[in-house]
Design a protein around this ligand. Structure first.
Ligand code: GLN
Length: 247
């Protein structure tokens, strides 16, 4: 039976996620209250600002976040886009902000720098087929490491945002990495650092619908635990700050 997908409607690209779900012939429902979760088969948590939603977890008369945790514990699929991936993460680098702490990933917020260094790039996502995907990153996070049960589905070259990040500012530890994880799955949880709802390529939403309807491939890629870590570069490959500052 065609599934119904909820889109958490507290902030972010709610209409765009609904449009993507409807383009795939499924029903989308905007979710604002805990009681509405009973009527959906899967839930999308859009992008936005994770510190804002973190405040709502502490000060909210509606038990929506407790119900989302129950939803996850009941093995129902949840897809977090950008802020949604931060909110689902067990660990946020350098922050104890409120979150669902459901997925075994460690994330870094704003990994490519401030809003003006948002960018688009193409990603190769093997589980979605050979055609590259246009991916839009808006002050997005990255996954620095993922636990054993997590399938890494896509990575981005760490240099892509680093040019923007370091031009005119000091290089930081991000300069030490070759690539970042930007899409991953752990059982019923899917996250992406980028925003597929802003394009008309519906493959990520389609994959999520397959998770909801039980037709998605269980493991995205064959991999080892080592591949779930972001590998530091060889010392000699790290460019010096002067070279970066002059780009
Ligand atoms: N920078 C935001 C945060 O850390 C996420 C941005 C987004 O969802 N587009 O919460």
């Amino acid at each position: 039976m065609a599934s119904t997908i909820g889109v958490l409607s507290l902030q972010g690209d709610v209409a765009e996620h609904c449009r993507s779900i409807e383009a795939l012939g499924r029903r989308a429902v905007q979710i604002r209250y805990a009681r509405q979760l009973d009527s959906v088969d899967g839930l999308i948590i859009p992008g936005g600002e994770s510190t804002t939603i973190a405040k709502l977890t502490a000060d909210n008369p509606d038990a929506i976040f407790d119900r989302i945790r129950d939803f996850i514990d009941a093995d129902k699929p949840v897809y977090g886009t950008c802020m949604g991936s931060i909110f689902l993460a067990k660990e946020i680098e350098g922050s104890a902000q409120g979150r669902l702490a459901a997925m075994d990933i460690r994330v870094r917020r704003n990994a490519f720098g401030p809003q003006r260094f948002s960018f688009e790039t193409t990603l190769h996502i093997p589980v979605l087929g050979d055609e590259p995907m246009n991916a839009i990153f808006i002050r997005g996070p990255v996954i620095l490491s993922a636990g054993e049960g997590v399938d890494v589905m896509a990575r981005v070259d760490a240099n892509i945002g680093r040019l923007g990040k370091t031009a005119g500012s000091l290089p930081d530890e991000a300069a030490l990495y070759d690539s970042y994880i930007v899409m991953a799955r752990q059982n019923n949880l899917l996250v992406s650092s980028f925003h597929p709802e802003l394009t008309e390529d519906y493959r990520v939403h389609n994959y999520f619908i397959q998770m909801v309807e039980g037709t998605a491939p269980k493991r995205a890629l064959a991999q080892t635990q080592a591949e779930n870590e972001v590998q530091p570069k060889e010392a000699s490959a790290v460019p010096n700050s002067l070279a970066l500052a002059s780009v």
